[in-house]
Every structure is written in structure tokens, then in C-alpha cells.
Design a binder for this molecule. Structure first.
Ligand code: KG4
Ligand code: ZN
Length: 354
């Protein structure tokens, strides 16, 4: 079975084709034929964030090109199912993908499925897992942490398709915090990978005296919510309070990047593990762009190994943490019964919930 996935929820134009192998046996696996992403990062960098109408225009221009590249190895008529992200995301961007998918599905006379972007970030984990059936039985209940530019959510997952949102950010998402801090420090966009790179640089002995202490917002509150806007403001005040020469120095930038990254990681790990303990889950599942952060991945793994016996830790390969369409195609596989040829019925919902 060949599945085509499309995602235009934010600033990346993504199209992917995957094949489901061994359909009749219990062992199934996803074979990724293509995973094409046209990034608009350079275009949005000067705004320090995504400018929706510029992104929409770029999606419109890029979609046919990305589609052609993604389907180079197949005949479009061989596609069995098409899936497209219909929310959550930036509304003008989502419509570009949905309109393109509707027209394509109608032209090829193929069924179409609307896909929830958050669920796709979670199911991106199954792109790597060879034996889908076995893992499903063995994995639930699970606690999922979806950390992206737009969302920071803790979700209790009882099976594929059975989700309960148990907590989320009350203001900025974790990725948004990385992006806004990078803007304050004048480092560029997107902030997450840049801050991670500065944080990984060695500090000189002299600069270890440079004490930057940031808060860990809501870490001990007995709920599963987050708040990152105060952390960003704390960075702003610390930055402004430094003498101009020091605040421009690489040593200060490295120290504050290290501290803000650690503050975000501490809160995410603490709250996720508390949820895993309280709900007695069999696994902890990560997804979303921030899950590409190397320090976060390592610290999650070591904390789970030391604190939660027999709890599995699932995190997608880094390229499947950030936005991509292979995760959309994988989600289509699990929702194939919802496919429709009533193409026009599929609408965008920018605030779609899990
Ligand atoms: O999932 P994603 O690609 O798009 C959304 O659905 O929002 O996530 C993008 C976010 C951005 O805020 C970006 O700064 C962050 O993920 N990000 C990272 C890393 N790579 C991307 N944050 C921390 N460390 C990274 N290595
Ligand atoms: Zn995303």
C-alpha cells in the first residue's frame, strides 16, 4: 500500500510517500520512499518568527515542485491513500495543503484523510518501529509529551486514536520560548538549534564564575501545565542588566543559552515523569521539534532509566521530530477507515484538538 502525506501547517512545505509492507502478516513496517521538505527558514529569519501570509505564498509556489520530487520514483496513480494535515497550525498555510490535497485526490480519484498534526508528531515514533502490532500492545498506556513551536502538551494515550489531554502550556510553547530567547539574544531563527549549539560550546574557566540563574516555572505545581513566557522575560531582564560589553560576549551567550536550555529541560522532564508515575504508564513518548534537542533526549533517557523501572522511552529520529510529511503518511495508515472520496468535506481547523 502506498500512502502520500502532505503537511503545510507552519513554514515547511512537506510531502512524503511511504509504503506499508507485509500487509497480511502481523509484522508490518513503513518503508519511506520519499520525505521532501522545502524549508522557508531563510525567508522568515529576518522577522525572527513565521510570517503567515509569506508562508502561505511560499507553500502555494512550492507544493507542486515538492510533490513532483516526492513522487519521482512512483506513478501518482499507484498511490492508494492521501493524507493532509488539516490542523492545528497557521490557517492560511493549512488551507494551501488542504486545497492541494483535495484537488489531487479528486484528479487521481483516491480517498483522502484529514490528519491532526499533534497526533502525527506522536505517531512519528512508529516510523522507526519495525513491528507495529507488537509495540502497540506493549506500549500503552503511554504518556506523550508533544513539544513544538506552537504546542507543549502532555497527553495520556491509551491506544492509537485514544488520547486525553492532561496538561499544556498556559502561554508560550517550549519551542516558542527557544525562538523568543534567540531573538532577544540576537541569534537568529529558529532559536532551538542555535541555542543548543551555543549551549554545547565549552565555557572558559573564567566564565564559569558567570552565574546565570533562571527560574523553572511551575515545576513543583501539582498539575500538568507549563508556562514559559516568564522564563523568556527572565532572560530579557538578565540580558538587559549585564554591562553592554559582557552581554555581547560569547561567554555570556554560551552561559545563558546553557541555562535556558537546562531550565526548559528540567521542567519538561519533571512534569512528564510525574505524569508517567501517577498514571502508571508503560512508556514515555516524545514528539515535536524540541524533541530533536540532543541534551533533552539524553537527559530524558537517563532519568527514565534511573527512576522508572521497565518504562520504555520512545523518541523519533531527529529528522522526524521537526515537521515532516512522513509522520502524516504514517498517521494515515492508522486512520485508513476514515478515508473519504467526499473530498470537499475536508476543512481546515486551525485550533484542532487531540
Ligand atoms: O514541530 P516543529 O518543527 O514545528 C511546529 O509544529 O511548531 O517545531 C519547531 C520548533 C521551533 O520552535 C524550534 O526552535 C524547535 O522546534 N526546535 C528545537 C530544536 N530543533 C527545533 N528546539 C530545541 N532544540 C533543537 N535542537
Ligand atoms: Zn509540528
Amino acid at each position: 500500500m502506498l500512502i502520500l502525506g502532505i503537511d503545510t501547517s507552519c513554514d515547511d512545505t512537506c510531502v512524503s510517500v511511504i509504503e506499508i509492507k507485509n500487509q497480511k502478516s502481523k509484522i508490518k513496517s513503513f518503508d519511506i520512499f520519499s520525505d521532501i521538505i522545502s524549508s522557508q527558514v531563510k525567508l522568515h529569519a529576518k522577522y525572527g518568527g513565521v510570517y503567515p501570509f509569506l508562508a502561505k505564498r511560499e507553500h502555494q509556489r512550492n507544493l507542486p515542485l515538492v510533490f513532483r520530487q516526492a513522487t519521482k520514483r512512483i506513478k501518482p496513480s499507484e498511490i492508494d491513500l492521501i493524507g493532509v494535515t488539516n490542523g492545528p497550525g497557521l490557517e492560511p498555510c493549512l488551507w494551501q495543503g488542504v486545497n492541494f490535497a483535495r484537488e489531487l485526490a479528486e484528479k487521481l480519484d483516491k480517498p483522502l484523510i484529514p490528519i491532526n498534526h499533534i497526533e502525527a508528531h506522536i505517531l512519528a515514533n512508529w516510523l522507526q518501529i519495525q513491528n507495529i502490532k507488537y509495540k502497540i500492545q506493549d506500549t500503552f498506556p503511554a504518556i506523550c509529551l508533544v513539544v513544538s513551536g506552537g504546542h507543549t502538551q502532555l497527553i495520556l494515550m491509551r491506544d492509537v486514536g485514544k488520547y486525553k489531554l492532561i496538561g499544556e502550556t498556559r502561554d508560550d510553547a517550549a519551542g516558542e520560548c527557544f525562538d523568543k530567547v534567540a531573538r532577544i539574544l540576537g541569534l537568529g531563527y529558529p532559536g532551538g538549534p542555535i541555542i543548543a549549539a551555543y549551549a554545547a560550546m565549552k565555557l572558559k574557566v573564567k566564565s564559569k564564575k558567570l552565574k546565570v540563574c533562571l527560574p523553572r516555572p511551575m515545576i513543583y505545581q501539582k498539575n500538568y501545565d507549563f508556562s514559559f513566557s516568564g522564563l523568556k522575560t527572565a532572560v530579557l531582564y538578565d540580558f538587559r542588566n549585564q554591562p553592554p560589553k559582557l552581554r555581547k560576549s560569547k561567554e555570556y551567550i554560551r552561559a545563558i543559552c546553557r541555562e535556558v536550555q537546562q531550565a526548559i529541560i528540567d521542567v519538561l522532564i519533571h512534569k512528564t515523569l510525574r505524569a508517567a508515575k501517577n498514571f502508571k504508564t508503560k512508556s514515555v513518548i516524545l514528539g515535536g521539534g524540541v524533541a530533536a534537542n540532543e541534551k533533552l533526549r539524553k537527559q530524558f533517557e537517563s532519568t527514565i532509566n534511573s527512576q522508572l523501572l521497565n518504562v520504555k522511552f520512545l523518541v523519533p529520529a531527529k529528522n522526524f521530530c521537526t515537521d515532516n510529511a512522513a509522520m502524516v503518511a504514517a498517521t494515515v495508515y492508522f486512520h485508513q477507515k476514515e478515508a473519504t472520496k467526499n473530498w470537499k468535506k475536508i476543512k481546515v481547523d486551525a485550533n484542532l484538538h487531540i
